[in-house]
Design a binder for this molecule. Structure first.
Ligand SMILES: Nc1ncnc2c1ncn2[C@@H]1O[C@H](COP(=O)(O)OP(=O)(O)OP(=O)(O)O)[C@@H](O)[C@H]1O
Length: 310
């Protein structure tokens, strides 16, 4: 198995003059839950459509599960479950009947186990009770769950989910996020696009941030969290003495200004810093801990905010 479940090089898409996706180099590690984060219109859907071979790139290329696309599409696509703008469900058939139709169209699926697999997929997305209801009577959230169930009819090595919690109520959102975690624990790699930072923080191990068609950051979440580390900021008339105290306490990246000293706190508790400053007779006029969270970090990368709700 390759180390990267998804890898692209210079993947680009133009629509006329507009560059929707601009030289994106994705690297989704095998086993990751990769949050593909970006505001609406930043190019996530177009990238995902190119990855799945639904749209032809203007330039660049990519592999899925180590196989070059689109040349090896027939071989690799059956191992991939994709949720991209819901599949065409029949309004007058029930959820279960719709899944039966989709499954029958999948040449790689075993008809002998169809009923059990459909039951299992409906159960995983919490649609068992509504399995016999007509699709047209489904709420938006139920439709989204059914689309998700359709990706789970056979085991997949890679799931590509475009905004999987869109249209779900808070309970449904929690369930889908938990399901993503379970699927990953079972060994699948998950690439999920979202405009919700909270979604990334809750379920993802890795993140790629899109901004105006470009991938402006890509890293394990833990690495980004470490970069967003809290700094202590001391306002004082004696910055040199204050800096000395911070140094002795083991704070790092100390910067001195005429009336202010700041440093990365690391594991040192803020109250210990204050006590040490007082003990060293440094006049402290102000003390603050600035903790840039992921949102601030991403805003600094993209210049715009994310919807942090959900
Ligand atoms: N078929 C198309 N023809 C012309 N322009 C398009 C087409 N598809 C996408 N675009 C444009 O490309 C840009 C990126 O769109 P895309 O849908 O990939 O963004 P997104 O990040 O997925 O946003 P959203 O969450 O709104 O889907 C947008 O400016 C969009 O208007």
């Amino acid at each position: 198995m390759p180390e990267l479940a998804v890898q692209s090089q210079g993947l680009s898409k133009r629509f006329g003059r507009q560059v929707a996706v601009d030289a994106v180099d994705l690297a989704v590690p095998r086993g990751a839950v990769y949050g593909f984060l970006g505001p609406n219109g930043s190019g996530k859907t177009t990238t995902i459509r190119m990855l799945l071979g639904l749209v032809r790139p203007t330039s660049g290329g990519h592999t899925l599960l180590g196989r070059r696309m689109p040349d090896r599409a027939a071989e690799v696509l059956p191992r991939i479950g994709a949720l991209v703008e819901g599949p065409a469900f029949h309004p007058y058939l029930s959820g279960a009947e719709n899944l039966r139709r989709l499954d029958a169209a999948d040449r790689t699926a075993d008809p002998g186990t169809c009923t059990a697999r459909i039951g299992g997929a409906l159960d995983r997305v919490g649609l068992t009770a509504a399995a016999g209801k007509r699709y047209r009577a489904y709420s938006l959230g139920m439709r989204q769950r059914l689309a998700l169930a359709a990706t789970l009819l056979v085991p997949r090595d890679l799931l590509v989910l475009d905004e999987p919690t869109n249209g779900l109520d808070p309970q449904g959102t929690r369930e889908v996020r938990a399901l993503v975690g379970t699927l990953a624990a079972e060994g699948a790699t998950v690439l999920l696009s979202t405009h919700l930072l909270a979604e990334v923080e809750q379920v993802c191990t890795d993140v790629g941030v899109m901004h105006q068609g470009r991938l402006v950051a890509q890293a394990p979440l833990a690495e980004l969290r470490a970069a967003a580390t809290p700094r202590a900021r001391v306002t004082t008339d004696r910055p040199v003495a204050a800096a000395q105290v911070l140094r002795e306490l083991g704070l790092t990246e100390i910067t001195e200004a005429p009336r202010e000293v700041s440093a990365v706190l690391g594991p040192v508790p803020p109250e210990k810093v204050v006590a040490a400053l007082v003990h060293a007779a440094v006049p402290v006029r102000g003390f603050a801990v600035d903790a840039p969270d992921l949102e601030e970090l991403f805003v600094s990368l993209t210049g715009e905010g994310f919807d942090v709700s959900g």
